[in-house]
Design a protein around this ligand. Structure first.
Ligand SMILES: [Cu+2]
Length: 178
């Protein structure tokens, strides 16, 4: 076989060896601050990994107000502002909570509501949070790709009462999971 052809065959065989492995990186997102004006500075990352207990959201963020914050996977892979009652509001483009089972209810990570209901994110007094949070019902981590991770201004009581969607209110940070 001529050298040129032999090289091609060798390269093709090597390609066949590697392509099926597909370099399947875990789902990940850069998280940015969000305001009514748009998408702001990057404040950290999330990577989603599989475990026997469900999907694990490994968060590493900074620059947030200390305390408890509602944390959810929202439906759309977008973080831009959009009008609410005529006024622009942060990250409305992300849509509502990711609700793949069409439950229409917010029930927290252990409940039978939105698939995107995650554990509350506790931010330290210095504004940082480095956490591994488990979503027991998300068994296929590939399904979180194309959705947005949202951090809310307020906490989350894992219910729609007394306030809808856990009461977290405004969206303060967002990242599109890819
Ligand atoms: Cu949310």
């Amino acid at each position: 076989m001529p050298m040129f052809t032999r090289l091609l065959v060798t390269a093709f065989a090597a390609g066949l060896t590697f392509i099926p492995a597909a370099f399947a990186a875990d789902p990940t997102a850069t998280i940015n601050k969000v305001t009514a004006e748009g998408i702001g500075e990057a404040i950290g990352t999330v990577t989603v990994v599989k475990s026997a207990s469900g999907a694990v959201f490994n968060l590493n963020v900074k620059g947030l107000p200390p305390g408890a914050h509602g944390l959810h996977v929202h439906e759309n892979g977008a973080c831009g502002p959009a009008p609410v009652n005529g006024n622009p509001a942060p990250a409305i483009a992300a849509g509502g909570h990711w609700d793949s089972d069409k439950t229409g209810k917010h029930a927290g990570p252990a409940g039978q509501g939105h698939m995107g209901d995650l554990p509350v994110l506790d931010v330290l007094p210095d504004g940082t949070a480095t956490k591994s949070l488990i979503a027991p019902r998300i068994t296929d981590i590939e399904k979180v790709r194309g959705h947005a991770l949202i951090i809310h201004a307020g906490g989350d009581n894992y219910a729609d009462e007394p306030a809808p969607l856990g009461g977290g209110g405004l969206r303060i940070a967002c990242g599109v999971i890819q």
